[in-house]
Design a protein around this ligand. Structure first.
Ligand code: BGC
Length: 396
């Protein structure tokens, strides 16, 4: 017999830090009498999870709740496969406490279809504190200062840039490098998909910077998982990692403290702007027997104390604007302040790498060009031209 209150949850939170955060959710639901049926699909960025999901939906048997990002949620909503959370969302006033930038993806046709858990952002750099001290001790604020630090780390005999050679990880770095050419340029190229911005001189410079970063990774980078790159920085074998704030979850899981063992900075040149992605649990249309548990889960996720407890562990910041920052460490407090500032200034923009700037077809076209260039298959001028072409084709 199936449990009366059971949720089957598809997600890609399988690293140490991610699993610790997931456990906060699992335990919270269990305390409310909801049984958790786990469906983990490993693979950072969630591509493999989305493939597994398609198979389940095609078989006519979708999970209750699915971790998903941005435009992927909208795509499923368009197909009419998602449920309706309005009963809970209205009673709990979600409209008033969840930022509009998130609601754009959590709602479709006036209906809440997903419950946002958090806000991550991709323009961060995670630096080993001892390695930084050995390289002069000053966190870089500009691209040129960062190059100086990377060179010193290289001279000190460590891998300056800990990186995992997977398309989504290169794309995550690319988000930050594009943003370092200015928020207007990020918007024109990644959000508006303007062909002139995609192919122009600034984009050539972005690719030059990517090539420069490529020169700081070790020989074994190819295929490495992101959390293993984090581990290199944690252990001091790597100097820094350019990665979203889920990386902080790995540092915390390893018992490391911000400001003491590691330093978090915005990617030099992107201060004051944020490229965000929000993990949301999209809720599928399920039989009546499962609806109660689904609504219970949605409500539990939006509970302010849960939002605090979960995001403290995950490395992200709350999806609600009314959660106090007391429980967060300095990186988390900075993340919350940066988000609010960017939101006010109009410099809060969706991450291309994590599905919040454009639909999957465009995202995949960007992945392809960025990763081919990173692996030396073309020079920077050719890459900018190829990017504009690939995006135009994917836009259809
Ligand atoms: C998700 C994070 C996750 C990361 C690595 C991102 O797309 O938003 O929650 O930790 O991928 O798996």
């Amino acid at each position: 017999m199936a449990h009366a209150d059971e949720v089957e949850v598809l997600h890609w939170w399988t690293s140490g830090g991610e699993a610790a955060a997931l456990d906060v959710l699992k335990k919270d639901l269990e305390s409310k009498g909801v049984t958790w049926k786990d469906m983990p699909v490993a693979g950072g960025g969630g591509e493999a999870a989305m493939t597994a999901l398609r198979a389940r939906v095609t078989a006519g048997n979708p999970p209750t709740a699915v971790q998903a990002l941005g435009f992927d949620i909208t795509d499923w909503a368009k197909q009419g496969t998602l449920g309706d959370l309005n009963e809970v969302a209205t009673a709990e006033g979600w409209d008033n406490v969840i930022p509009a930038a998130l609601q754009n993806f959590s709602k479709y046709d006036g209906k809440w279809i997903a419950a946002p858990v958090n806000v991550h952002s991709t323009n961060w750099v995670w630096i080993n504190k001892a390695a930084l001290d050995a390289a002069g001790g000053k966190a870089p604020e500009t691209w040129d200062e960062m190059v100086v630090v990377l060179d010193k780390m290289k001279a000190n005999g460590i891998t300056p840039l800990a990186h995992g050679g997977q398309a989504w990880q290169e794309a995550t770095m690319f988000d930050a490098v594009v943003l370092s050419m200015g928020p207007d340029f990020y918007k024109a190229s990644m959000i508006d998909l303007d062909p002139a911005a995609l192919s122009g001189d600034k984009m050539v410079e972005v690719f030059n910077r990517m090539a420069k970063l490529r020169s700081y990774v070790d020989d074994n980078f190819s295929g490495r998982d992101w959390n293993l790159a984090s581990a290199m920085v944690i252990e001091g074998k790597g100097g820094m990692q350019m990665m979203g704030d889920w990386a902080k979850g790995e540092f915390l899981k390893a018992g490391k403290k911000p400001g003491v063992d590691f330093v978090c900075i915005r990617f030099p040149g992107t201060q004051g702007a944020v490229t965000f992605n929000s993990d949301q649990f999209m809720m599928f249309k399920v039989g009546e027997d499962k609806q109660k548990a689904q609504l219970l889960m949605a409500s539990a996720i939006e509970n302010p104390s849960f939002q605090s407890a979960f995001n403290v562990v995950k490395g992200s910041v709350p999806a609600r604007t009314d959660v106090p920052n007391d429980a967060f460490d300095d990186c988390g407090k900075k993340g919350m302040a940066d988000l609010a500032e960017a939101n006010t200034k109009g410099t809060l923009m969706g991450s291309m790498a994590h599905g919040h700037a454009a639909p999957a077809a465009v995202k995949n076209a960007v992945y392809d060009v960025v990763t081919r260039h990173f692996n030396g298959e073309m020079d920077s001028a050719a890459a900018a031209a190829a990017l504009a072409e690939a995006v135009a084709a994917a836009k259809g």
